[in-house]
Design a protein around this ligand. Structure first.
Ligand SMILES: Cc1cc2nc3c(=O)[nH]c(=O)nc-3n(C[C@H](O)[C@H](O)[C@H](O)COP(=O)(O)OP(=O)(O)OC[C@H]3O[C@@H](n4cnc5c(N)ncnc54)[C@H](O)[C@@H]3O)c2cc1C
Length: 332
C-alpha cells in the first residue's frame, strides 16, 4: 500500500502483537513493537493450536513459522478415576519457546523496529497486544516440558476437582504439560504444577510427570486473571481483548485471528485515512463480530467443567457429550 504516513506502535510481542506487526509491515506500514520481556522464553500455554486456517496464517504472512509444527489428531479425556472418552481433534503442537522466537525473527526480518525489555503504557496510536488484563482473578496457570513420557493420544486432557491439565506433543519428542487451576493458599513456586494436580485428585498424573524427565528450566506459572471479555484499552487485540478459556485450545488462534481482523482498520489509520478513535471502534466491532459466539459457548462450557466436574465425567463416560458439535461451536 503506497503512502502509509502514520507509524503504528504495538505494545506486547506475544502472538497477537508479532503477527499483527508482520502483517502490517508486509503491507508497507512502519511498525515499532515494545515487548516487556525477552526472546526466547517459556510461557504458560498448552501449546496446542486448534482452529486456525491456512488462509489466516497466509494473510498474516506467518505460515512458514508453523510449517513443521506437529500434527495432532487424537485426544483422550480422563478424570481421577481413569479414562472418560476419546475425541478426534485437529490441531498443531509447537512450543511457545520456538514459535514466539520465530515470529520475533520474522518481524525484524520484515523491517520492524523491536524494543525488548520495554514496557509502554496505553495511549493514542498504541495497539494494545499486552495479553490478559491483571486482576484479582481466582486462577493459576502452570506449565512445564517433559521428556520420556508416553501419551494415550496426541493430546491428553485431565479433569480434576479444582481445574484441568492438558498434555500435548510438541517438537523434539517433548510433551508440554499445562493446567489451569483454582488458586489456593500455599500453592506456588516450582512445585506449583504438582501441588495443583494433587490438590485436584490427579495424583497419578502428578506421579507420572515427576517419574518422567521434566525440563527444570521450563517450569512457569501465572496468576491473577479471569477468562472472558477483558477490560483492555480501546485498541486491544488478542488476550487483551478476549481471553477464551484454555481448554478450547483456541486462544492462540484467536490471537492470530484478532490480528487479522484489526489489520484493515489499522491500515486505514497508517494511510492517514481514518482517525484513531474510529479505528479503535472498528477494531472492537470486528472482534466482537468474529468472537462473540464462540466466547459465549466457551465460557458456558468452562463453568460446567469447573463447577460440576462429576456431571461432566458421567456424561462423558456414557458417550453423551456431542463433542463434534461443541468443537464446531468453539471455532466460529
Ligand atoms: C493455562 C493456560 C493454558 C493455555 N493453553 C492454550 C492452548 O493449549 N492453546 C491455545 O491456543 N491457547 C492457550 N492458552 C491461551 C494462549 O496462551 C493465549 O491466548 C495467547 O498467548 C494470547 O496471545 P497474546 O499475544 O494476546 O498475549 P501474550 O502471549 O500473553 O503476549 C502478551 C505480551 O505482552 C507483553 N507485555 C505485557 N505488558 C506490556 C507492556 N505494557 N508493554 C509491552 N509489552 C507488554 C508480555 O510480556 C507478553 O509477551 C492458554 C492460556 C493459559 C493461561
Amino acid at each position: 500500500m503506497a503512502g502509509l504516513i502514520h507509524p503504528v506502535t504495538i505494545a506486547g510481542g506475544g502472538l497477537a502483537g508479532l503477527s499483527l506487526g508482520i502483517a502490517l509491515l508486509r503491507r508497507g506500514a512502519c511498525v515499532t513493537l515494545h515487548e516487556a520481556g525477552q526472546y526466547p522464553r517459556h510461557r504458560v500455554c498448552g501449546e496446542f493450536i486448534s482452529g486456525v486456517t491456512e488462509k489466516t496464517l497466509a494473510n498474516l504472512g506467518i505460515a512458514e513459522c508453523l510449517d513443521d509444527a506437529i500434527h495432532l489428531e487424537t485426544s483422550c479425556w480422563f478424570d481421577a478415576a481413569g479414562r472418560l472418552s476419546s475425541v478426534p481433534v485437529r490441531g498443531m503442537g509447537i512450543s511457545r519457546w520456538v514459535l514466539d522466537h520465530r515470529l520475533e525473527a520474522e518481524f525484524v526480518r520484515s523491517g520492524g523496529i523491536l524494543k525488548t525489555g520495554s514496557r509502554i503504557p496505553p495511549g493514542e496510536g498504541v495497539v494494545w497486544a499486552a495479553g490478559r488484563v491483571r486482576t484479582e482473578g481466582k486462577w493459576i496457570g502452570v506449565k512445564c516440558h517433559v521428556r520420556d513420557i508416553r501419551l494415550a493420544a496426541d493430546l491428553e486432557m485431565h479433569i480434576g476437582t479444582n481445574g484441568y491439565a492438558g498434555l500435548a506433543r510438541i517438537e523434539n519428542g517433548m510433551v508440554n504439560v499445562c493446567g489451569l487451576f483454582r488458586r489456593q493458599k500455599g500453592i506456588g513456586g516450582r512445585e506449583a504444577l504438582f501441588q495443583c494436580l494433587r490438590a485436584g485428585g490427579l495424583t497419578s498424573l502428578a506421579d507420572r510427570i515427576s517419574r518422567a524427565r521434566p525440563d527444570p528450566d521450563s517450569f512457569c506459572a501465572v496468576a491473577g486473571f479471569e477468562t472472558g471479555r477483558q477490560a483492555g484499552p480501546p485498541c486491544s487485540v488478542g488476550d487483551a481483548a478476549n481471553m477464551i478459556p484454555p481448554f478450547t485450545g483456541n486462544g492462540m488462534t484467536m490471537a492470530f485471528e484478532s490480528a487479522e481482523s484489526a489489520m484493515p482498520a489499522l491500515l486505514e489509520y497508517a494511510a492517514g485515512k481514518a482517525g484513531w478513535n474510529p479505528v479503535c471502534k472498528e477494531v472492537r466491532h470486528a472482534q466482537s463480530r468474529r468472537f462473540a459466539s464462540r466466547m459465549r459457548t466457551a465460557c458456558l462450557l468452562h463453568s460446567v467443567i469447573l463447577r460440576w466436574p462429576g456431571v461432566l465425567s458421567t456424561l462423558a463416560r456414557r458417550g453423551w457429550i456431542p463433542s463434534g458439535f461443541f468443537l464446531d461451536r468453539l471455532r466460529r
